[in-house]
Design a protein around this ligand. Sequence first.
Ligand code: UDP
Ligand code: MG
Length: 317
Amino acid sequence: MKNNKLVIITPCYNEEEIIEYSIEQLLLVLNIMIDDELISHNSKICFVNDGSSDKTKKIVEKYCKNSKIALIDLSRNYGQQCAILAGVNSVDADIYVTIDADLQDDPMLIIDMVKKYLEGYDIVYGCRKKRDTDSFFKKNTALLFYKFMNLIGINIRQNHSEFRLMNRLAVEKLKEYKEKTIFLRGIVQNLGLKSCNLYYDGLERFAGKTKYSGFKLLELAWSAITSFSLLPLRLITVIGLFTSFISLIVMVYAIVSYIKHYSIPGWTSIIMAVAFFSGIIIMSLGIIGEYLSKVLIEVKNRPLYQIKQTVNLGERV
Ligand code: UDP
Ligand code: MG
């Protein structure tokens, strides 16, 4: 069987409660596919330990006796996006599947994903049918996020997180994206290759806690917006035009008051104007600063992650 080496890439951060179960489940799925001759015998599952401070690494290392289990140990916590990228960039495969370690995404769907790959698709997106298992907060913030992204013209696949299959071509194209603030979902969609969606029931996390706090989610959403939209910058121009129009009216009023010897110059109106305009100026500067900081990050061109150690990885790329 040629061109069918699959590597499942799983980022893990403090997942000691769940990782053994995940390894067993993913191995099961991998073996089913090998037995059915859907994928080649040298297929693997690669766990990327994203600087866990618990026993996650130890547990994965124990399983590395099995050559189908590989480990990439990052030197510290870099975040899920970088951990996935570390996996994708470090292993050589024909088929890459990324899936979270908590298996909230249905691992059995990987079999259908691989079948779609064999039909000739470059990318297969795993999408949740509904988000019943998510908390009220997560469900609604996600909905708001999709709505807002659509509104500003960024097309994001609904209810798709990081569970997807990419073929060699898609990964080669992905590697051409050199940006440092990464929003994988956006970039992969940007590749524009032949793709399809597969739907599954999202499951509840049965052990361990979510690693995405409100703040981290907000950071990801902001990274998505500033990576894919220039709208905030353009908004400054619109706000600038609007405030100029208002100040024109204020100026006319001031001149008329002066000519007609109306009231004493009003303290309140001055204060209000100062407050209003300084608010807008500061906000605009803030938005410019956001983009400027991204330019700075790109210019620095720092590596996205550092690998400390690898086990069973085979051929490195
Ligand atoms: N994760 C990671 N680094 C981080 C945060 C999360 O590698 O800094 C991994 C985590 O172990 C899991 C996946 O990313 O495999 C998704 O995280 P989580 O399940 O906490 O997110 P949620 O499903 O709640 O959005
Ligand atoms: Mg999860």
